[in-house]
Ligand binder design. Structure first.
Ligand code: RP5
Length: 152
């Protein structure tokens, strides 16, 4: 069973990730949620990201708001594909544009996939597309989802 790590910069981001967890559940993809901050708990992020592959994760979805360095920092510590989700964060954020640019504008050398602002559902589908290259069950689940979506 493939496993996806969903890492958020704060527990306050968790509601925005519900479309992601729902979509992964629908596709039968195991996932784990972890909250940690690139700024407030950098050592925890390093430890988690450096051990993510050995822990059995195949894809990391990293979501954060404001100056969202979390996906990039995780990508710096692992070779796993990292999918970033910019979050439009509460009263302090700039409608998610801040996080979008922080995630999309990675300097060359350490890439991060970047979804739309609050693009949690697509993060799950993108993770599924990566896993489908290797896992037959995920490929079938994704094909079923796409066929149902196309039939309206
Ligand atoms: C970011 O700061 C988090 O990802 C969150 O979107 C934002 C605000 O965090 P809290 O102050 O709600 O913990 O690091």
């Amino acid at each position: 069973m493939p496993r996806v790590a969903i890492v958020t910069g704060s527990k306050s981001d968790l509601p925005a990730l519900e479309p992601c967890t729902q979509m992964l559940d629908q596709l039968g993809i195991e996932h784990e949620e972890h909250a940690m901050s690139a700024h407030r708990t950098p050592a925890k992020v390093q430890q988690f990201a450096a051990g993510a592959e050995d822990a059995g994760f195949e894809v990391v979805i990293a979501a954060a708001g404001m100056a969202a360095h979390l996906p990039g920092v995780i990508a710096a510590w692992t070779r796993l594909p990292v999918i970033g989700v910019p979050i439009a964060s509460g009263q302090h954020g700039a409608s998610g544009i801040d996080a979008l640019l922080s995630i999309a504008q990675m300097p060359p050398g350490v890439p991060v996939g970047c979804m739309a602002i609050n693009g949690a559902k697509n993060a799950a589908l993108y993770a599924a597309a990566i896993l489908a290259l290797k896992h037959e069950g995920v490929r079938k689940a994704l094909e079923k989802f796409r066929a149902e979506q196309a039939s309206g």
